[in-house]
Design a binder for this molecule. Structure first.
Ligand SMILES: Nc1ncnc2c1ncn2[C@@H]1O[C@H](COP(=O)(O)OP(=O)(O)OP(=O)(O)O)[C@@H](O)[C@H]1O
Ligand SMILES: [Mg+2]
Length: 277
């Protein structure tokens, strides 16, 4: 479990008066096996929040523990970084080697793992992301989605319990996005806890739980159905809701009430056709 308790954080700035709380008394728990989306307007503190999960940012007040290990204790740093992997927006910044399999091996090599074990981890990781056929290819020849899957393989070769995806689909075309989201779902089904920062509401709708950040605070925390039922608040926060949820919300104002906020076109159609029959 990742446990965040009363965490406040500011970045160092020269003018002490300028220091604003980027995280303001945030408390939340992320349980083993969850698939959690983090939403929020630009600058609401999403990336900073997840940086507290692996000790890149250490709270000024409060504490973060990962499986009981306090991120504020330097001795835990190595162990925590291995437990919590991160995949960022730009795959080009995450790929270090000139051959796919060497790139995936880079992390475990740095951990000092023996070569036979590394070979197995690299093969398993490439298989998981569906990139085995590209093992000896040059990363720069790959599509965005393929590169991002190589970056993910590099993270899973470290065998983390948690993986944070910080807008990892933002630079991809729809096909690449689909590939990465399918990979994320697969990792979650294998028991890896996933934290997914995204600006795509349709991606958030696929998660078990959504945390909405606003001005450094947790504004909302619930299931996608609960969060997207309140289209008005989401719009006030500068966020949207999936199209089917919005349509149901607008119809609700006209008196056509939906029992459960639909998240997908299929869910919308199912409930709507039930009403007009
Ligand atoms: N390294 C830094 N030094 C100083 N201020 C920073 C730094 N990184 C972020 N900030 C500031 O902290 C606030 C929160 O930033 P953060 O990156 O956590 O937001 P975010 O929700 O991830 O935004 P986005 O959707 O744009 O990625 C912003 O006001 C930002 O300008
Ligand atoms: Mg961010």
């Amino acid at each position: 479990m990742i446990s965040v308790k009363n965490v406040s954080f500011s970045y160092d700035s020269e003018e002490k008066e300028d220091r604003k709380k980027v995280l303001d008394n945030v408390s939340l728990d992320i349980n083993q096996g969850e698939l959690v989306a983090v939403l929020g307007h630009n600058g609401s503190g999403k990336s900073t929040l997840v940086k507290t999960f692996n000790g890149i940012c250490i709270p000024d007040e409060g504490c973060v523990t990962v499986d009981g290990l306090d991120t504020g204790n330097e001795e835990n740093c190595g162990q925590i970084r291995r437990k919590v992997g991160m995949v960022f927006q730009n795959p080009d910044n995450q790929i270090v080697a000139t051959i796919v399999e060497e790139d995936v091996a880079f992390g475990p090599e740095n951990l000092g793992i023996e070569s036979e074990q590394i070979r197995k981890r690299v093969d398993d990781a490439l298989r998981t992301v569906g990139m085995t056929a590209y093992a000896s290819h040059a990363p720069h020849m790959l599509s965005g989605g393929q590169k991002q899957r190589v970056a993910i393989a590099g993270v899973i070769a470290m065998e983390p319990s948690y993986i944070v995806f910080d807008e990892s689909t933002a630079m991809l075309d729809p096909k690449g996005r689909k590939e990465v989201i399918e990979t994320i779902k697969k990792l979650n089904s294998k028991g890896i806890t996933i934290i997914l920062i995204t600006h795509y509401m349709e991606e958030a709708a696929l998660c078990d739980r959504i945390i909405v950040m606003n001005k450094g605070r947790v504004e909302k925390d619930g299931t996608p159905t609960e969060i997207f039922a309140d289209a008005e608040t989401m719009q006030k926060l500068g966020l949207g809701v999936p199209q089917p949820s919005l349509l149901a919300y607008e119809l609700g104002k006209q008196g056509v009430k939906f029992e459960k906020t639909p998240l997908t076109a299929e869910e919308f159609i199912k409930e709507f056709t039930g009403k007009i029959r």
